[in-house]
Design a protein around this ligand. Sequence first.
Ligand code: GAL
Length: 803
Amino acid sequence: MIRKDLLLLFTALTIGFTASAQSPLRRHINFDSNWKFSLGHAGNAERDFNYGLETAFSKSGSANNTCIEPRFNDNTWQDIQLPHDWAVGLPFQYSKKGDLEGKGYKPVGGGFPENSIGWYRKSFDVARADSGNRFVIQLDGVYRDSKVWVNGYYVGSNFSGYTAASYDITDVLQFDKPNVLVVRADATQNEGWFYEGAGIYRHVWLNVFNNLHIASDGGVFVHTSDKGNDATVTIETTVKNDNIAAANATVYTVITNREGKTLAQSKPQPLSLATYESKTLTQALTLTQPQRWSLENPYLYRAVAIVQSNGKTIDSVKVRFGVRTIVMDKDKGLFLNGKNIKVQGVCCHQDHAGVGVALPDYVQYYRIALLKEMGTNAYRTSHNPPTPELLDACDSLGMIVMDEARLLNSGSEYETQLRSLILRDRNHPSIFIWSIGNEEFQTQYTNIGKRIAEHQLIIQKELDPSRTSTYAANMPNVYYGVNQVIPVRGFNYNLGGIDGYHKDHPEQPVIGTEVASTVTTRGVYVKDTINGYVPDYDSTYPAWASTAEIWWKLAAVRPWFMGGFAWTGFDYRGEPTPYSWPNINSHFGIMDVCGFPKNVYYYYQSWWTDKDVLNIAPHWNWSGKEGQPILVWINTNAENVELFLNGKSLGKKDMPVNGHLRWSVNYEPGTLEAVAYKKGKKITSKVETTDVPKRIVLTPSKTTLQPDGEDAVVVNVSVVDSKGRTVPVAGDMIHFSLDGHADIIGVGNGDPSCHEPDKCLPGAWQRSLFNGHAQLIIKAGNKPGAVVLKATGNGLESATLTF
Ligand code: GAL
């Protein structure tokens, strides 16, 4: 399934990246461990630890009788580690209150005040020896409307559930004594219309640095331009003086290769800063014949900005960057380093099986590697600023990204969000375009929409002149509002209007911001309205959408159509189209919520890669359907295919380019085999009728875990019959136990109607297989030693894995 070299690569990268990327002068301390958590209450102040009854804001540092108080006793609260999503642990519940369907029937939001406030507390020490530095708490993502206190002092809030926030806590710290950090997250409101999780679901950091320092948010901006075979690397470094006196500094930049060897170094430039003043210095360096960042070789250089004072280095920040060019041509589409590429993209939400939106970093890499394996080269962060580690994964593995703002709005809150997104993300070579919004059907056609877009585009150019923007418009050939000013016209569906639009507006490059939307249930081939299952063929889609084959055939032959992003790479919680309860997740994924491929995966893999693809769907276990016709669907990039049932030819067919082949085959147990020829080479593939399940098989994504409290491994579970053949229809319940310093943090099986818990009680982890597959995710502890996973099932031979 997943290529070993990619797995090794991203294992190495995650290890390197969780550690601080900064010099010892500046510390980037992970704050994911030792948190206490409790639900509060959105409608009952007493059950919200008196927040709302007592005065939390009337006097500085005083929030008496609430859990904000440092001395509050949180002994009875739950011990948790970040990232944490409390919504995923709630039981599924059918209710008409609130938008529970959108949330995947997890009871959070306005209708469920008892589940919608989360309180977090963490105690931490700072040594007196460190006093004199600056201390900043950085929260990468809290869903949502978070408020933060340190030692009872309110330090700030963040409305967004997706942008990061940093708070300078220097003035309120105590040295050589415990400090208490308190976060209140309020998930009463939604920001999207899909599952968004709840709580501190990304990392938290304590950043420690000199008073004279590189600015926290986007303080080093690196961009490159070609100079013949060489490249000019421009580094803009913003230095801030937080001393109470004026200060002088010198600033210089070093560029290194991956191994840390210096390739270029600027001259030191002097700088004088008044108290609290910031200044930006621009330095340009030449890289001789650099390796280009590409999809195949995503080479990353490092730029290190260094601040010195009185001859001593007092701060430095290292950023990874790539040298690459992006051109969007109105007639010929997208060029990466001068090479024409089609956007073979997918839209994705943030959640994964078992863990909701709280993904260990490793799982970000795992998902991107799965997409690459399918032939995906582009990722749209629909519809929000992503987790930083997702972008690290795209930089490292070679995947271009459309990075999207939460919504089209230029009010101060949303201007801040857009600024924060661009300042945080603009060094990532993977990002090839920004998206300023998605399907704002109230606004997109109007002059208001046009004015907001103009405002957002000015901010984008101010903060990142090296890129451009699009907007995901669900309109056909319409040129009102946003479309009049957007540099790249985005089409969400409505591809019937695309030729007309291109003809009428030939100067505007065109991209498919959201396309396809086949709805399928993995491994199900018969419509089932009771369970809410849709056959796993590329044939069912909502009224506004299309099959994979319709959009790709259209895009593939139009050079000016840059390609597009299929909705979606993976199934996600919420939006259970076309059915509702008992469905709890969407069916749009090309893979399910665990990342198990559906049939349509092989359509994309056939035409998006040059691997030898030959896939037969469905499986061949149709007991009770003997003699009845079964629709057989073949995806391949071979030139022709001959199908055999138990050795008897069912005919040979030529493969249409960008298409698929079908047979209707009267079922008889045995072997259905396809023999195909691709450029003279024979390729074969078969499905066989299996016996009953006999033995459990565990397939881990890797066999080692770093004892760093952050690393993770994905273990896929299946069962085989007495001949070792995977049983594709198995539904056995599998129980898991784990010994050693690690924890199971979630289980899933990809069944869109399964209401089994994703989080089980300690010692009681279990999950049923869905059409032969289930998955568990293990997170490393902090101590070395063997970790042993055991899987058992009724009447099945057990399986054991040692990490
Ligand atoms: C689109 C929308 C997506 C998702 C999808 C479902 O219109 O942009 O977020 O809701 O429809 O089909």
